[in-house]
Design a protein around this ligand. Structure first.
Ligand code: 3HC
Length: 321
């Protein structure tokens, strides 16, 4: 009897959930949700949070070497923004019943994914421009639709993140613009950075639609609003006039616009490179994780001090009551 009642309750809950999704309403932490929806959100949001945190490393590498005080303070602010994005996203994931410690352990033990793009090195100052322009540009393309994600805490976190990403994208463009309009050597440095970052930035959108196991369900749940290939198309279309403004060459020599289909025909993405990076064998995977582990160990005293202080405050309140 009880199990039949439970089943009926679950059917009613599922119908209510489906109606909210169909009606473009938001699912909130207190609402019933299918277990698979919860798991998918934890997967995507935690991967996204890890990407923001690991993503601090390639740029932090240039803080001490930025070419002027102004560039240095802009870069510090940008890296701090990424830390903030990670924190909003970890908080959004925590509303789904996973703890920050569980997510952190998964990252530092190498069990969690983070974006492939942060496993490449940044040998020159122009890389700061290419990351801002291409990587943050791709992030904006991918993340603006996530502001409408059906899960409330995720969508709301994304609104603020996207505002900051758009500042990041412009500062990257500006670095590259100055270099590409500078001396021939500076222009070469800008072109070299763009040559190295262009293809990995296309990989940020994930595998092509026919090789993406999660897209269809995530789109049905209105977590994702567009497929990986649709967003990649949009990004390429955005880059083309900007390449012209920069006076730089697009590394994809086969790129052309097909008037008939209204789509960009691109050269072949190196999916083998993509899977190597996802498997942990990219140029900087080991270094990124090692650095993250060390930072976690170095920060142990801060976590202990914060926990001791919280305990002290709790005891004080208890004795005062
Ligand atoms: N890097 C690493 N893993 C990737 C990836 C990439 N570029 N693209 C796809 N994957 C992984 C997926 O996470 C998934 O792994 P899992 O099933 O083991 O969890 C697998 O490859 C299959 O891909 P799917 O397309 O089926 O997966 P999704 O539907 O989750 O789509 C996604 C992938 C487009 C990255 C999507 O998760 C997403 O939009 N995430 C939110 C945005 C995000 O995380 N961006 C990361 C960059 S953050 C950033 O750019 C910071 C900024 O400051 C620059």
């Amino acid at each position: 009897m009880t199990s039949t009642t439970d089943e009926l309750d679950e059917v009613a809950e599922q119908q209510r959930f489906d109606a909210l999704i169909a009606d473009e309403q938001r699912i909130e932490p207190r609402d019933w949700m299918p277990e698979a929806y919860r798991r998918t959100l934890i997967r995507q949001i935690s991967q996204h949070a890890h990407s923001e945190i690991i993503g601090m490393q390639p740029e932090a590498n240039w803080i001490t070497r930025a070419p002027s005080l102004k560039r240095k303070s802009i870069l510090i602010a940008k890296v701090q923004d990424e830390a903030g994005h990670g924190l909003y996203l970890y908080s959004a994931a925590q509303t789904l019943g996973i703890t920050r410690e569980e997510m952190t352990d998964a990252l530092i033990e190498g069990r969690a994914r983070y974006s492939s793009i942060f496993n490449y090195h940044t040998p020159t100052w122009a890389d700061m421009g290419a990351i801002g322009w291409l990587v943050d540009g791709a992030a904006i393309c991918n993340q603006v639709p996530l502001c409408r994600a059906s899960y409330g805490p995720y969508g709301r976190a994304m609104v603020r993140i996207c505002k900051e990403e758009s500042f990041h994208q412009r500062q990257g463009f500006e670095i590259l613009y100055e270099l590409s309009h500078g001396t021939p050597e500076q222009k070469r440095m800008a072109q070299d950075a763009v040559d190295r970052w262009y293809w990995p930035s296309l990989m940020m959108f994930g595998p092509s639609d026919d090789a993406s196991p999660n897209s269809a369900q995530s789109m049905a749940w209105k977590i994702k609003r567009f497929s990986n290939d649709e967003l990649r198309q949009r990004f390429v279309g955005m880059c083309v006039p900007q390449f012209e403004a920069l006076g730089l060459e697009c590394p994809d020599r086969d790129l052309r616009y097909d008037e008939e289909t209204g789509r960009w025909i691109m050269g072949e993405i190196d999916w083998n490179e993509f899977s190597e990076v996802l498997a942990g064998r990219g140029p900087a995977n080991a270094e990124r994780l090692r650095h993250r582990r060390e930072a976690h160990d170095d920060g142990a005293w801060v976590r202990e001090a914060a926990a001791a202080y919280a305990q002290k405050m709790q005891d004080r309140r208890r004795f005062a009551a």
